[in-house]
Design a protein around this ligand. Structure first.
Ligand code: ATP
Ligand code: MG
Length: 577
């Protein structure tokens, strides 16, 4: 493509709306332009990247035996009522009405629609397994759209859905997708890890997320420094050292004005490990819960939701606390005062022989409290694991925390949707059995942007060649010289004829402007034609990633460029960890 006839407009200024580098670079590089909060237009450069990521995804999906379809974006509410999600999905679901007042949604995901398709056509076990996928625009009315394509409201997703006749089949389909995902993200040049993930409120069997490692990731993950254990903190567990402490008598002590657990412990000279703090929440159904975790532990909200079967939970206000008859700052599990509030304790609390807890009386705490002797309640894993704790898998290594960007998610759904929607096939014995399903998502735009987050420098983007908008850029630094112009024109034509993916900066612009744009846009292989070298019969070749220049005879550019291109692709074949 000739730059002069393209639609590429770069921006000099930092973009205020962007708080992470990849978002800023996508805007400045003219890859996209914002239309509304979380909604973007893709410009030619952005679209090319989207197409390249999509193509890699397609190739790997096809290779794994999945079949491409394209489902409707607008879906009738009836299907969502059948699955039960019309009521469960919450505010992220964009609900719309047609002129007849009928309810529809703009699809945030397609389990219902694909299940409806499959139940129409698949009648018997011999037609299974089947895996259908699509690449399509989704809409989720995210609470906080941000970071550009990372968390948009309108975004492009690849979603695949597998249907099997039994659990073993489902496990195999899942495994195939897992392998395909590893290939996809490796081919996109990403440094990633797959981690165990939370299976959501209804709970499926297995689930893994593919995380691109990056400081700006919204997810926190833990990895073992010895084995392959890796998990989203949402569900991570650990082995913690036992330290029961001495058994003591339960005693009430005055702790006037000491309302935070750290203040109380300091005042009493107690180790916060030997204390229990209370956190009171209300869920989507209006039920109240009081969670107790150790004083220096953090409540893991996802675990708290799972333990209580909640879809959403929210911390209660001071006023609500008062109405519940709970003394802020002095809430404790011994003689808990309100039977309508369900009490749950983290397991770790049961291991201590003496704890500082609230006395449920203003200005007082209890010391020496012991689970089983002084109080009892439902127990659950409620705590956030901490760095340095022991790996639950190999039981030797230590856990390390990192941040990640979730680019893909695979999930064994089991019969959740097929049962709810009565999607069945006849098995070998003529019995109607609901399908065993799996679902597998990849954020196309998020993947592209995650690649920038991992590959950039102070001058701009450094695209992995596989998903770069172009593989090669020719820059002519002297457009006034007819000789140089002719040479560049014919080099460009030669490249095009050879099927190379090339951008030719033929603009009548200053060299500085062109070189800056070239660094910003980040095309991996560059051919720079400047007056001085040209007079010596040479042009300059360089890679965006190191910007080291090599001078090449102006007649052997094609071969060298092809060599570099092949080398860059070969590098992506080597597994990165
Ligand atoms: P998140 O936890 O980030 O909100 P999710 O778990 O809701 O994502 P899935 O339903 O698993 O997302 O969607 C599959 C994939 O789609 C995700 O792995 C991610 O790459 C992408 N995705 C999800 N939400 C968005 C969004 N708002 N903007 C861009 N991509 C998204
Ligand atoms: Mg997810």
């Amino acid at each position: 493509m000739r730059y002069s006839r393209s639609f590429i407009y770069t921006l000099k200024e930092e973009q205020k709306e962007a708080t992470i580098v990849s978002h800023n670079l996508l805007l400045r590089g003219g890859f996209m332009v914002k239309l509304a909060s979380g909604i973007y237009n893709y410009l030619p450069l952005g679209l090319k990247v989207i197409k390249k990521v999509s193509q890699i995804v397609r190739e790997e999906m096809d290779r794994a035996g999945a079949i491409e379809i394209l489902m409707a974006a607008i879906q009738p509410a009836e299907l969502w009522k059948e699955s039960g999600r019309w009521h469960e999905y919450g505010k992220e679901l964009l609900r719309i009405k047609d002129r007849g007042g009928r309810d529809f949604v703009f699809g945030p995901t397609h389990e219902e629609v694909v299940t409806d398709i499959v139940r129409k056509f698949i009648k018997g076990y011999k037609q299974l397994p089947v895996n259908l996928y699509q690449i399509q625009t989704k809409f989720r009315d995210e609470l906080r759209p941000r970071f550009g394509l990372m968390r948009g409201r309108e975004f492009i997703m690849k979603d695949a859905y597998s249907f099997d006749k039994d659990e073993q089949g489902m496990d195999l389909s899942y495994q195939k997708m897992r392998d395909a995902y590893n290939n996809i993200f490796r081919r996109c040049g990403l440094n990633f890890r797959s981690v165990e993930a939370d299976t959501g409120s209804i709970g499926g069997k297995d689930s893994e997320e593919f995380m691109v490692l990056s400081k700006t990731g919204e997810d926190e993950i833990v990895v073992c420094d010895r084995c392959d254990y890796a998990s989203n903190v949402e569900r991570a567990t650990s082995i913690t050292e036992d330290e029961p402490g001495e058994e003591m008598e339960l005693k009430k002590v005055a702790t006037p004005g000491k309302e935070t657990i750290s203040d109380v412990c300091e005042f009493l000279g107690a180790d916060p490990k030997f204390s229990a703090k209370a956190l009171v929440y209300r869920n989507d159904e209006g039920n109240y819960f009081c969670f107790f975790v150790e004083g220096d532990d953090e409540l893991n909200l996802i675990k708290a939701m799972r333990a209580t079967g909640s879809i959403e939970i929210e911390m209660v206000s001071d006023e609500e606390l008062e109405n519940l008859g709970l003394e802020k700052g002095y809430i404790g599990p011994v003689n808990f005062p309100n039977r309508d509030v369900k009490v749950l304790c983290d397991y770790r609390i049961t291991k201590r022989n003496n704890l500082v807890v609230g006395a449920n009386e203003h200005g007082f705490h209890l010391v020496g409290a012991k689970y089983g002797r002084d109080f009892e309640c439902e127990l659950a894993d409620l705590r956030m694991v901490k760095e340095g704790e022991i790996c639950p898998k190999c039981k030797k290594g230590r856990l390390k925390k990192m941040r990640g960007i979730e680019v893909g998610h695979i999930f064994k759904l089991g019969q959740k949707y097929s049962k709810a929607m009565n999607a069945v096939f006849l098995d070998e014995n003529g019995r109607a059995v609901p399908f065993y399903m799996g679902c597998y998502g990849i954020g196309i735009g998020r993947t592209a942007q995650a690649a920038i987050e991992q590959n950039h420098d102070e001058f701009g983007i450094i695209w992995p060649i596989s998903i770069a908008p172009f593989e090669i850029e020719i820059v002519s630094l002297d457009t006034r010289s007819e000789e140089i112009r002719n040479y560049c024109d014919s080099l460009y034509e030669l490249f095009e004829k050879e099927g190379l993916d090339v951008l030719y900066d033929d603009r009548d612009e200053r060299a500085g402007v062109k070189l800056n744009d070239m660094d910003l846009i980040g095309i991996p292989i560059r051919v720079i034609v400047g007056k001085k070298s040209f007079e010596e019969g040479k042009v300059e070749l360089s890679l965006r990633r190191d910007r080291n220049k090599e001078k090449i005879d102006k007649n052997s550019v094609l071969d060298r460029v092809k060599e570099l291109r092949d080398k860059l692709y070969r590098e992506l074949e080597e597994v990165r960890r």
